[in-house]
Ligand binder design. Structure first.
Ligand code: MN
Length: 339
């Protein structure tokens, strides 16, 4: 798994554990991601919305987990041109590669531990596709896409694109060195990750050695969720079991704890690979229609109209690998959450 790795975990700064008197956050619920096809037809596991509701995941809207999957030659798929308004998409690649192009001039190829952070804000068209070599020859792909909501006052912020190469991801270690913590965005005990976020969040990818424990200080005003990418472990005050494809929603508190089972399946990674995320809840009404997330139905009607009239930008009509003809209409089918 090529996601950011240190040469020596023991030289990394350590995450100080919360004091033993601080109870671990309890587990409010465990949910299992549902499976569906996205974009031009790639399978995702989606822990939320679904198993966890919008108001529980707040300030997050959606998490898609793609792979790990071995694409056969000409099988890799992406999400051709489609619009977004009202939130941010964060694409994190553990293995393989993805090319981003957007109508605001942002874009780039990310691979093996890199992150793309796109603030759709007032509206943008983008294209998220496997690069030509991955499409042509096939290969391993593993990644996630997280949607971070924007509050009403920021829904009309101008679009912005950030690329976070893996060597900028902040690496920390647990007290005994049994867990590696990658801070993609947010702050952990004074250590700040590279992602610049409109909405205060923490977005971490941790790798726990078999049997290891990770006890994290957590802001009491932040929500807290954990999603297992690969492997199995336990979470929270009750040490509830959590395996690949499952999400845990935590109750209140100042400490989030994860344990890795002693036996891991080991095929993809010898470790428990887990995302730990949370943020300051926005607590506003959420109306989603496909790729638009606003506060009211009227704003959704306006978004569809703005998109149809070309006010979110224009698409170059070039065919490409892995998704067929460019089609800006793709992303606005009712009830379809384009990634
Ligand atoms: Mn998208």
């Amino acid at each position: 798994m090529p996601a950011a790795q240190p040469a020596d975990i023991l030289v990394l700064p350590r995450v100080p554990e919360p004091p033993p008197t601080e109870p671990d956050r309890p587990v409010a619920r465990i949910g299992t991601a549902h499976r569906q096809l996205e974009g031009a037809g790639f399978p995702v596991r989606r822990p939320f919305p679904g198993a966890v509701a919008f108001r529980e995941a707040d300030p997050f809207l959606l998490l898609d987990h793609i792979g790990p999957i071995h694409w056969a030659p000409r099988e890799a798929r992406g999400a051709p041109w489609h619009p977004h308004r009202g939130f941010e998409t964060v694409t994190y690649i553990l293995d393989g590669a993805m090319r981003h192009t957007d109508s605001h001039g942002g874009g780039g190829l990310i691979r093996d531990g890199d992150t793309q952070w796109m603030t759709a804000g007032s509206g943008i068209l983008h294209d998220e596709m496997p690069p030509e070599d991955l499409f042509r020859h096939g290969g391993l792909f593993h990644g996630t896409q997280l949607w971070v909501n924007l509050p009403r006052r920021l829904k009309w912020t101008p679009p912005r694109y950030q690329e976070i190469p893996r060597d900028r991801v902040l690496l920390l270690a647990s007290q005994d060195g049994g867990a590696l913590v990658r801070v993609i965005a947010g702050e952990l005990a004074g250590h700040r990750g590279p992602g610049v976020t409109w909405t205060p969040i923490d977005y971490l990818h941790a790798s726990l050695s078999p049997g290891a424990r990770l006890r994290l200080p957590w802001r009491p005003d932040f929500s807290a969720l954990a999603y297992v990418l690969v492997g199995s472990g336990q979470v929270g005050a009750e040490r509830v079991g959590l395996r690949a494809g499952q999400v845990a929603l935590f109750g209140p508190g100042r400490a989030v704890t994860v344990w890795a089972d002693r036996q891991q399946d080991g095929e993809y990674s010898p470790n428990l690979e887990i995302l730990v995320l949370g943020g300051l809840p926005i607590r506003e009404p959420i109306v989603q229609w496909g790729p638009f997330v606003m506060n009211t139905r009227e704003e959704i009607v306006q978004a569809v109209e703005d998109f149809q009239r070309g006010r979110m930008g224009s698409v170059p009509a070039t065919p490409r690998a892995g998704g067929g003809q460019a089609s800006a209409a793709q992303g606005v089918e009712p009830g379809k959450a384009e990634t």
